[in-house]
Design a protein around this ligand. Sequence first.
Ligand code: PEP
Ligand code: MN
Length: 360
Amino acid sequence: MENKKEMRKWLDDMNLGHPLVVAGPCSAETEEQVLKIAHELKDTDVSYYRAGIWKPRTRPGNFEGVGAIGLKWLQKVKEETGLKTATEVANRAHVDLALEHDVDLLWIGARSTVSPFIVQEIADALEGTDKIVLVKNPVNPDLSLWLGAVERLHSANIEKLGVIHRGFSTYEKTKYRNIPEWQLAIELQTRFPDLPIINDPSHITGKRDMIFDVSQTALDLNFDGLMIETHYDPDNAWSDAAQQVTPKKLVQIMKDLRIRKETDEEAEYKNSLSNLRAQIDVLDNQLIDLLGKRMKVSDGIGELKKQKNVAVLQSNRWNAILGNMILEGEQRGLSEEFILKMFKAIHQESINHQEKIINA
Ligand code: PEP
Ligand code: MN
């Protein structure tokens, strides 16, 4: 697949003048719930109304979606509010039912994108459709797998394509539900600048009070739109309660977001930008230089340990370093998460150096 200008035609043709907004509950729960939220989202920036009909739950026993009956409720949403509709499909049966009920936008969920068999099945079922199809990133941070899924749909002659960035699973506990790994989305944008990319801050954060900041970062990175889970009674939602916002809150978020246009033409902007980038380049070189020096010192310690025949890893010393660095970092506005990650990486490199010396 190669980047083509036509990739974004479906989005440009909508002539929105603001980012594309997909909103609605994580799950369709009852007909009243689906319609009530939809009516509250009518006459806002929302163009597509989302509701999960079949829910991919991590463990069995949780609410797994209302199933096909919910598609009738989405049809009612369209009739009563004029909003277009969107839902997740995870196999051929879902696709057939969604198409029968005239769902306008179908997306492939993160747990499906990881499976080439399932993606191919969905692509075959959708062959040649004029519906919009969006691919969520796979749960693991693998750009090829993500793009591979888009390629399968592209090869099935589906033209209205795009991707949804919803973050990645980690074993480590972080402040995110799914860490954004922005660099992956940026790389995808660099390779396919015309492939529409939507951010899903709900599944990235898992918490409603972090949604604004992640949305702002996405817009600053020139994302084309946002998918935000919305419910009139978030705390009592049947799935993803902690991350849903009320329709009123969603409208406020949309109002408060700074929407940047690309302003490359403006000389002043360009000048300041290249100036700041140059500063970053200098600092990055200094960082590399310092890290090189640090490893040299570490090599010296390796020599000593070798003579004395002591272990490379000394946990007490390491914990003391970490504790200090977290405090130092805090004073400079660096998050604990970042300091931990950075020093773990530095420490690992240091261990590798010393091991090389000791085993030489
Ligand atoms: C969802 O959008 O409700 C959902 C299940 O998302 P994901 O596939 O990103 O987990
Ligand atoms: Mn959800």
